[in-house]
Design a protein around this ligand. Structure first.
Ligand code: AMO
Length: 430
């Protein structure tokens, strides 16, 4: 039985540990091997004359990042990490690492992101990177738990589809036998159709594909979206759900990932306080106009510079609400009393947009009119429109990007940090 490194305490007499060789310091008669597993680092102290000859030999020839199995006596020492060391009675190299290493795992100053992503398996051995993915896993766990607790049904919808949902320019076409098909940009149409199926509350956590041409620090070509749709709900109901979910995820990560965050050199998380402020779009563009050089007016989308200016003013998470109908998708519901505005919202982190949502159009004729107004052909949306002719509950929902959520939670500088194997304009391997 092996002992995880974090569980090796001075109180243990003997331990068998398994890990990667993090560092080797050879002081002549004495060699220190730092051994690393996902829970921490242990100093293996090798006094060459006092260990079995096979052990001294194995330690002399081992290379950094090799996988080793080490057994021996545990002793307390103030000089080693964690206040303990292991003096080996056996030291077995299970898998030898080539040298030089393409990436220095123990290096404190990280390499360029492209170099790191090329050898992600090595990059991810670093405690900081491992912590990011532990946090991501905790977020996804909490999302599913939270939504199940709120009686949402988890669904899985097709990723090979026949129509665009979020606009035609960002589509990846694929060959599907003799037909043209696309990779889905969002489960939007399917989650709405499930409201027509009477499911009332659904969620999906799955990939979304966007053929974004631009190489930015916040766009991926394959992202992961948390999508929610709820019947008999308006935009306020689902905004409320969203802010509670965000705060719950922060709370869960703070409670369960403290060790990983500490090992990765991250600060403890501050759980954002709810409710988040609601900022009407018209006020948002006024704040932006004061803060940025470029002109901005009613009907303009918020540029990254505008988002930053508004974010600085707001300080924490906030919603931008009541958007111009003209710049939101056809499925967003216009207000009765002023159809130039609609019941759409974005959830913002001071650095960027995290989520978009809306109360949806549930009236078939209005939906058809809005499709036409956006220059789309209702005939190619027939599979989506059909449920709207057979009893469609009013409904609302949102999509939250997992990578941006984790990126902003941990203060990462690039969205690629929050996905194991990012897909961008230039990156298709590994
Ligand atoms: P939207 O297109 O705004 O809305 O996407 C929702 C959220 O998904 C994330 N996201 C991305 N993350 C990284 N790279 C990308 N290229 C990318 N594209 C989107 C963002 C964004 O806020 N159907 C609607 C949602 C809804 O109304 O329910 C939609 O897809 O965090």
């Amino acid at each position: 039985m092996r002992t995880p490194i974090a569980k090796v305490t001075p109180g243990l007499e003997h331990a068998k540990v398994v890990g990667f060789v993090h560092e080797i310091r050879d002081l002549g008669g004495l060699t220190f091997v730092l051994l690393r597993d996902r829970t921490g680092i242990l100093q293996v102290t090798v006094p060459k004359k006092r260990v079995p000859p096979g052990v001294a030999e194995a330690v002399r020839s081992v290379s950094r990042e090799s996988v080793v199995v080490v057994s021996g006596k545990i002793a307390a020492t103030e000089k080693a990490p964690g206040g303990r060391e292991l003096v080996p009675s056996s030291f077995e190299v299970v898998s030898r690492a080539e040298s030089p290493l393409p990436l220095d795992v123990a290096e404190k100053v990280p390499a360029e992101i492209d170099t790191r992503l090329d050898v992600r398996f090595l990059d991810a051995r670093r405690p900081r990177i491992a912590a990011i993915f532990e946090v991501r896993s905790a977020v996804l766990h909490e999302v599913a738990r939270f939504l199940h607790r709120h009686e949402f049904v988890q669904i899985t919808t097709p990723k090979i589809v026949a129509a665009a949902t979020e606009g035609g320019t960002e589509l990846f076409p694929i060959a599907y036998f003799e037909k043209e098909a696309f990779l889905n940009q969002s489960p939007q149409l399917y989650k709405q159709m499930m409201m027509g199926a009477g499911f009332e509350k659904v969620f999906e956590i799955g990939p979304i594909f966007r053929a974004e041409e631009h190489n930015t620090t916040r766009h991926l070509n394959e992202a992961t979206s948390i999508d929610v749709e709820a019947s008999f709900a308006d935009q306020e109901d689902v905004m409320h759900l969203l802010e509670d979910l965000v705060s719950s995820c922060y709370g869960h990560v703070a409670a369960t990932c403290a060790d990983a965050l500490g090992r990765g050199g991250f600060e403890p998380l501050d759980v954002p306080r709810t409710p988040f402020p609601r900022l009407p779009y018209t006020e948002a563009i006024e704040i932006a106009a004061d803060g940025i050089e470029e002109p901005i007016g009613f009907g303009d989308d918020l540029s990254p510079a505008a988002e930053r200016a508004i974010g600085e003013e707001m300080g924490g998470h906030y919603f931008v609400v009541d958007w111009p109908t003209a710049i939101r998708p056809y499925y967003a519901m216009p207000y009765d009393d002023d159809p130039s505005l609609c019941r759409a919202f974005d959830l913002m982190h001071p650095r960027m947009e995290l989520s978009s949502g809306a109360q949806r159009v549930h009236d078939h004729e209005m939906l058809e009119r809005q499709l036409v107004a956006k220059g789309l052909d209702p005939a190619s949306f027939e599979f989506y429109l059909r449920p709207f002719r057979y009893g469609m509950p009013p409904h609302a929902g949102w999509g939250l990007g997992v990578e941006r959520f984790v990126m902003t939670m941990l203060g990462l500088s690039n969205v690629r940090e929050a996905v194991l194997f990012p897909r961008d304009r230039h990156r298709l391997v590994p």
